[in-house]
Ligand binder design. Structure first.
Ligand code: TXA
Ligand code: MG
Length: 342
């Protein structure tokens, strides 16, 4: 299939992409978090193409993206008043809310669940595309299943060229990690199923009690029931095995330097980058947003290098760090090593 590429997209090209969505085709588009692989949420056959193209497990539901609050009625049957408060504060933005599903919505969107995840992205191209299509757009991250999510055009091309109708270039994604997924629990309580740009503190500061699902930082045991099917699947993994090295940063650097060979690479904070013969930037140790912008790009870069093993420095859990840590743990299949034992 010939994949159209739109750079510097204008209104007439957006209309063309909106029409492709309405015709049941897939269009890859930028958001502030990561690139999404979009299809008409109301067209079951179009949604099925997403699962096939990504090789996505059929039990993993999709997020419905809307451009305007009113569009929510097309996907969700209701929204609790207190969730409206959150949408007023954080939409458009990196916040996805799990709501009761509208029964007319194709089953495949929710992978058979009676809920639907909804988000209003904060990106002019995403908003314009949804408006041009005139329908809600379901969009998982635009990677092949298991690979790191794409944060720029070349990542999308790597995974999707020849497989979908069009890719829209929007430059670099400003956050670089996927949205926060929230499950409302009632009485101003919410559970974070996936951490992202809307942090625990941001939610607490506006009067919500926040619970972080244990699966965010711990491996799910066999047979354990999960709140979000995405927690079960292997994610973000580079080809080489990745180990998170724990301990005081100075000790970590020395331990890695003493152990690494020619085929070992390091995911290192900028402050320590020049200590290693082979390393890729993991942003600054004190700036989780810079880590979030660096992580997926770095994980993809390792695959293009003669790299047999990766050691990563350990991010903190505070603020946006929780999201960074969650993705890194999954990329490492939860393999953590103490620097003293390396
Ligand atoms: O930032 C984002 O959210 C990006 C951009 C493109 O908007 N999208 C994205 O979609 O990350 P995806 O499909 O890669 O991840 C969706 C996550 C999965 O972990 C899935 O299991 C969870 O949301 N999810 C979707 N619907 C759900 C539901 N009804 N209940 C619980 N979890 C749900
Ligand atoms: Mg994804």
């Amino acid at each position: 299939m010939n994949t159209l590429l739109f750079k510097d997209i204008d209104q007439s090209a957006l209309e063309q992409c909106g029409a492709l969505i309405r015709q049941g085709e897939l269009v890859c588009f930028p958001t502030e978090t990561v690139y999404g692989l979009g299809a008409n949420a109301l067209d079951a056959d179009a949604v099925a193409k997403i699962f096939k193209t990504k090789n996505r497990p059929a039990d993993n539901p999709l997020i419905a993206h809307i451009s305007d609050f009113e569009m929510i009625e097309q996907v969700a049957s209701s929204i609790p008043e207190e969730m409206k408060e959150l949408t007023e504060l954080f939409w458009p933005g990196p916040l996805t809310i799990v709501l009761p599903r509208k029964k007319e919505l194709p089953n495949i969107v929710s992978a058979g669940l009676d809920t639907v995840a909804v988000r209003c992205p904060d990106h002019p191209i995403a908003t314009a595309l949804i408006r041009a299509a005139g329908v809600p757009i379901v969009a998982p991250s635009a990677n092949l299943s298991g690979r790191p999510s794409p944060t720029c055009l070349s990542h999308c091309q790597e995974d999707l060229t020849g497989k979908i109708a069009a890719i829209i270039d929007g430059g670099e994604c400003s956050i670089g990690l996927e949205s926060t997924v929230l499950l409302p629990l009632g009485n101003h309580r919410v559970k974070i199923l996936r951490p992202g740009g809307i942090t625990v503190d941001m939610l607490k500061n506006v009067g919500f009690d926040v619970e972080v699902d244990p699966a965010v930082l711990n491996p799910v045991k066999e047979g354990q029931k999960v709140s979000s099917p995405g927690m079960l699947h292997r994610h973000y993994a580079p080809k080489a095995p990745l180990f998170i090295v724990c301990g005081e940063y100075e000790t970590v650097c020395n331990a890695i330097l003493n152990t690494m060979d020619e085929e070992t690479w390091v995911l290192a904070f900028d402050e320590y980058l020049d200590r290693f013969p082979r390393a890729i930037s993991f942003g600054s140790k004190s700036d989780p947003l810079s880590q979030s912008q660096a992580l997926f790009r770095a994980l993809r870069e390792f695959d293009h290098l003669p790299c047999k093993k990766i050691y990563a420095m350990e991010p903190s859990e505070s603020g946006m760090g929780l999201a960074v840590r969650n993705r890194l743990l999954r990329a490492a299949s939860f393999q953590m090593v103490d620097a003293e034992r390396l």
